[in-house]
Design a protein around this ligand. Structure first.
Ligand code: NAG
Ligand code: NAG
Ligand code: NAG
Ligand code: NAG
Ligand code: NAG
Ligand code: NAG
Length: 635
């Protein structure tokens, strides 16, 4: 004998010794590690005094039930819970004539062969809960003449067939709560049977499906609540692929549909664009037979062996029962193998920097919004999907796109956008306007046409409140004046996009219309870049009007007329405001005289209005006014 074999022999002897040690003297033949044997009294009647045994093999790795011959004949309790048993074979427990309690809960049992429990003539309690049993048949319970308590809860059955417990004459308590169970007309028989056979159905037996009985205790349901007439509800219904697919001409494409099997003859049908599909060898279409699994699931497959162009469109799986049908569909887009692509492209816009990858024709590409340091308040509130998309059309050209879900990358734009969405009412309008004056103070550094658009939008929202507040018209003039500091190019783009500049000027014009009345016949507003002079005139006596607009310059230097910085000292600011002087009639000597005296051609602007004009508004600014296309219009 070589040394290796000697060692093995030695070890197996040790193992046997160790195992028999665990199983104890009550079970001399049982050599399974996870089993414990102890003595117990029988609860059966008329038994002579004798040693009864309880065998517990719980929480181990048992793949099948124990050989009955390994267990003492006097085993009264057998606990095999929390193992990995998947099958109960015919006559699995034969010879255990004294067994009163069998616990098989929390295993993986899916099949119980007919007669599996045969011979357990003394069995009182059987726990089969939390397994994977879908089909229960009366033959599974053959020979259990004394069974009183049965627990089949936590299995995967969707119904229980009539007469299921007919082999169990002593049954008095049954538990059958299961998430998959449908409490419909097919369970009516249980109400009758439990009444006539005096079987208790515990309160834990609540229903899950259909929804109108969810959470209700089965035993207190009325017969007419167990109905099959409601809308069809299928607890489980799954179509694979579940998402729309893009496939290439010639690909193999399998579909698979799974649904809860309902007692009323469920079947699955396949449709393509509304047409019932059958196997068609010429087109390479195979519609498989429906398969019913464990009495509780039905599946059916469909295979397209070589996808052709006609396969585009909607593919539908229909579950058909005698009480109606439900459908799931998925869209398939078939592309020619040589289908074009949209090229990879980098897009930098006011929502950030986006690198679109090469994308197949017909496909919509998505990109997460470029991370910006601050997420706008708006997005946080609405918890929006922060994604941009871009469509690649069928010819391989980038088509529609949408970045609106993304925040602006410039803080100013983001701020103006969020601010433009706020509600204005009479109580917050002045505060709102003051805030906007501040925001637009830095207009010279605005870089996005959207900034101008939002400013125009907000001014339009402010204008209707003007008749309430003189302060407000000052603020609007100030905002308009600020907006004239925006770079010409950007103003031009904003005007092109949505006439933003015209709209800003119109806002200023509306102020005069809203403010002038019998009491206030003259309105005069000035700011650094805009002067507004409005008068009500009597047409009969109107002889024309001449206005002159100028701006003071500092004594020692040629000071720029316009400053981008909104935080100038108030005195300074006031000094920079335009000055307007108007006289009735033709350019008068005094005004001309003034102009000559000031000695500066710079900043002088004169207007003469014909007497035929009845209503007059003049928005005048020096040369920068030309930015605003309609700023010279006089009505
Ligand atoms: C136990 O059962 C075996 C086989 O069925 C039998 O040979 C043996 O005599 C029985 N022992 C007792 C104590 O009943
Ligand atoms: C179970 O076993 C018995 C005898 O061992 C046999 O007569 C019977 O046909 C078997 N049943 C099944 C379903 O295999
Ligand atoms: C049946 O089994 C389930 C799951 O193990 C358990 O929650 C329930 O209490 C059992 N019912 C009875 C009456 O013991
Ligand atoms: C769906 O089921 C109904 C009733 O069982 C039957 O009349 C009908 O033909 C079925 N439809 C299909 C497409 O099989
Ligand atoms: C005005 O709006 C603010 C905030 O939107 C709100 O709190 C306030 O109650 C409103 N006031 C009136 C008079 O509607
Ligand atoms: C204004 O006066 C000038 C010269 O004084 C004259 O030529 C012109 O016709 C006058 N215009 C009007 C509208 O009266």
């Amino acid at each position: 004998m070589d040394p290796t074999r000697l060692l093995l022999l030695c070890c197996s002897t040790l193992l046997t010794l160790a195992a028999s040690g665990t199983a104890s003297r009550n079970c001399p033949d049982l050599t399974v590690d996870s089993c414990l044997c102890s003595s117990e009294r029988s609860k059966g009647l008329g038994r002579q005094k004798s040693v009864y045994v309880k065998v517990v093999c719980s929480g181990g790795e048992l793949m099948e039930t124990l050989q009955p011959s390994l267990l003492p004949n006097k085993t009264v309790t057998l606990v095999l819970s929390h193992n990995k048993i998947s099958l109960l074979k015919n006559r699995s427990f034969i010879g255990l004539n004294s067994l009163e309690k069998l616990d098989l809960k929390n295993n993986l049992i899916s099949t119980i062969e007919p007669g599996a429990l045969y011979g357990l003539t003394e069995l009182r309690r059987l726990d089969l809960s939390n397994n994977r049993i879908g089909c229960f048949t009366p033959e599974m319970f053959l020979g259990l003449f004394n069974l009183q308590k049965l627990n089949i809860s936590g299995n995967i059955f969707s119904t229980l067939i009539p007469g299921l417990f007919q082999e169990l004459p002593s049954l008095n308590t049954v538990s059958f709560k299961a998430e998959s169970l449908i409490c419909d007309c097919n369970l009516k028989w249980i109400l009758h049977w439990s009444a006539t056979a005096s079987v208790k159905i515990g309160e834990e037996n609540t229903c899950e499906h259909p929804s109108h009985v969810r959470g209700l205790i089965f035993d207190i349901l009325k017969e007419d609540q167990l109905t099959c007439d409601g809308p069809l509800e299928i607890p489980l219904f799954k179509l694979i692929p579940s998402q729309n697919q893009v496939v290439f001409h010639g690909d193999r494409l399998p579909f698979h549909c799974t649904a809860t099997f309902l007692a009323d003859a469920t079947d699955i049908n396949w449709f393509h664009n509304g047409e019932l599909m059958r196997t068609n060898e010429d087109r390479g279409i195979l519609v498989e037979e429906s398969i019913i699994h464990d009495c509780c699931l039905i599946t059916r497959g469909l295979i397209l062996f070589s996808v052709d162009m006609e396969a585009s469109g909607s593919w539908e799986c229909q579950v058909n029962t005698s009480h109606g049908s439900v459908i799931k569909r998925v869209e398939i887009l078939v592309l020619e193998t040589g289908a074009p692509y949209c090229p990879a492209e980098r897009v930098i816009n006011n929502k950030g920097d986006y690198r679109w990858t090469k994308t197949l024709a017909g496909v919509t590409a998505f990109l997460p919004c470029t991370q910006s340091p601050y997420i706008s308040i708006l997005h946080q509130e609405r918890n929006m999907e922060l994604e941009a998309w871009r469509k690649c059309d069928r010819t391989g050209h980038w088509a529609e796109e949408d970045y609106s879900g993304c925040a602006y990358s410039h803080e100013v734009t983001r701020l103006l956008h969020a601010f433009s969405l706020m509600e204005i009412n009479s109580s917050n309008v002045n505060e709102y306007a003051e805030q906007l004056v501040l925001y637009t103070g830095g207009a010279s550094s605005f870089t996005d046409k959207m900034d101008v658009l939002y400013a125009a939008q907000m001014m339009e929202k402010l204008v209707p409140f003007v008749d309430h507040s003189n302060q407000l018209s000052d603020a609007i003039i100030e905002i308009a004046s600020n907006m004239m500091l925006v770079d010409d190019q950007i103003l031009w783009m904003a005007q092109n996009e949505a006439k933003a500049c015209s709209r800003i000027v119109q806002c200023v014009e509306k102020i005069s219309r809203l403010s002038l009345s019998n009491k206030a016949q003259v309105l005069s507003k000035v700011s650094r870049n805009i002067a507004l002079e409005a008068v009500i005139i009597k047409p009969a006596s109107f002889i024309g009007m001449t206005c002159i607009v100028y701006q003071k310059t500092s004594s020692n230097s040629v000071r720029p007329l316009i400053h981008g910085n909104g935080n100038l000292h108030a005195e300074n600011t006031r000094n920079q405001n335009l000055i307007v002087k108007c006289n009735n009639g033709n350019i008068s000597g005094s005004l001309l005289h003034f102009s000559a005296k000031s000695g500066k051609k710079y900043g002088l602007f004169a207007y003469t209005v014909l007497p035929t004009l009845r209503y007059l508004t003049t928005d005048v600014a020096e040369k920068r006014a030309s930015k605003f296309s309609s700023s010279n219009n006089i009505r």
